[in-house]
Design a protein around this ligand. Sequence first.
Ligand code: PLP
Length: 331
Amino acid sequence: MTPDDFPRVPLGFFPTPIEALPRLGAELGIELSIKRDDYSGFGGGGNKVRKLEFLMAEALADGVEVIITTGGHQSNHARMVAAAACKFGMKAVLVLRGNPPAEYQGNLLLDRLFGAELEFLEPTAYFTQVDPRMEAHAAAARERGQKAQIIPLGGANATGALGYVRAVAEMDAQLRVAGQAAPDVIVVPAGSGGTLAGLHVGARQYWPGTRVIGISVSRDAAWFQQRISSMAADCARLLGWDQAWSPADILIEDGFVGPGYGMPSEGGVAAIHRMARTEGVLLDPVYTGKAVDGLAVLCRNGAIPPGSRVVFVHCGGSPALYPFAKTLVEA
Ligand SMILES: *Cc1c(COP(=O)(O)O)cnc(C)c1O
């Protein structure tokens, strides 16, 4: 099978462009292009659109009326779930990590515009409370006679990952038309890991010679290696593809997280400025800035050799620039 054999609701504008970044590429000594999934369009755009095309198709088939998910204050995923709920006449409940904000900015503002119900959990208590709270919202919906579904953090499961298997097939077709070979390396931020898992499955199938490198924005490499090897295997199993990974097959760089998930890093902020000024492309402080910081260091230390053909998968996230305005202009 291929991802096209699974139920999918079209949400985004695909294919997104693959764009050469010759100026930043020259600075890094590589042939750099970006896959512009920040332009996927729906609900403000970003990588979650591809996952939600498959996840929302499941929810629609099941007649779901209340869709529940979680993320950080500036969760792009939660914002796109809220938008998707609007499109299909569902109610969205977002259980977010963080205290109620003084001001609704960035993705929190968009969550409000999309009419989502928000619940805030104190950052430390979050880890033990998030699952019971999501279950409680689902139970409350059922008591009202409504069908509820919980979408996991980041839309990261085997079904969501199909979106990024499809993205590799899409990129493969784009490069063929342009008469170009598969890239040597794909670089992508890793948060919940669903994007990375899908890219591994897709690359194994369509681009077996391509290295896939995830730059962690949260946990350590061992955690991701465990998680991605099993999520990728689950996704391949859905497709009936004979693929397997050991944790060591999953390349993760975990030196670019900075102070923690959702908190800007010095290198990430510098990467935002650098990308904006060399190419006129917007990154964000939670994910893509840290990932481009990692990409630059891997080029500098030779882990990505000079002259490599590299595709950076731009996962979106620019709404999260605005709440960090102060940090970004003081840098
Ligand atoms: C969610 C997200 C990521 C990480 O994707 P995962 O599939 O959760 O690993 C990267 N960048 C942006 C902008 C995101 O919103």
